[in-house]
Design a protein around this ligand. Structure first.
Ligand code: GRF
Length: 197
């Protein structure tokens, strides 16, 4: 059984895709043992609760400095004893202590075909705004391992999505989530679970 902790900040649609893949039997030998959010109001925490999964909020705002948050975040991960940490729309920079403790065991979903439209400042709608501004005909999503950089770790899986006439950033974001993110994130976790066997 692959024990995973999912880190979230917002709506949690990627978390929901993992939950649904486990429930449907599509994703085998995987258990979400904890959901950690930096945002107390994240709907992702509601999704965890509805699925009977422990949700924990560890917010930088609750600590007097970043050092203290980094320690608490590492502790919150260690308590769950994960085999894999999944960043699913998580907007916190992963501290070095976590990278070092879980090197090679942290993955992230990014809403573009890395190395395009990624790096510092490229998250959420901004990614799709830039893709539309550049006029690309194909975009997509990437699952990659997390290292010290931003969106720089080894790529695990990618899926292309067509950009259509009249797309707005919101419409494109939704298509990339539906046609790519929600498919390749569970598939990547399944691939890692199989390799662990
Ligand atoms: C979305 O922009 C998604 O593309 C990116 O994180 C954001 C929130 O995703 N991965 P979620 O609905 O919280 O999973």
């Amino acid at each position: 059984m692959l024990r995973i902790v999912v880190c979230v900040s917002g709506g949690g649609t990627n978390l929901q895709a993992i939950i649904d893949s486990i429930d449907s039997g599509k994703l085998e030998d995987v258990e979400i043992v904890r959901v950690i959010s930096n945002n107390p109001n994240a709907y992702a925490l509601e999704r965890a609760k509805n699925a009977g999964i422990e949700g924990v909020c560890i917010s930088p705002k609750s600590f007097e400095n970043r050092e203290a948050f980094n320690e608490a975040f590492l502790e919150g991960l260690k308590e769950a004893n994960p085999d894999l940490i999944v960043l699913a729309g998580f907007l916190v920079v992963i501290p070095l202590n976590v990278i070092e403790t879980y090197r090679g065991k942290i993955i992230n979903i990014h809403p573009s075909l890395i190395p395009s439209f990624c790096g510092t400042g490229f998250y959420g709608l901004k990614v799709h705004e830039e893709a539309l501004k550049r006029g690309v005909k194909i975009t997509g999503a990437t699952v990659h391992f997390v290292d010290e950089g931003t969106d720089t770790g080894p790529i695990i899986m990618q899926k292309a999505v067509e950009v259509k006439e009249g797309d707005t950033p919101k419409i494109l974001q939704q298509r990339v989530m539906e046609e790519a993110e929600w498919i390749i994130l569970p598939e990547s976790i399944g691939k890692i679970a199989k390799e662990k066997k």
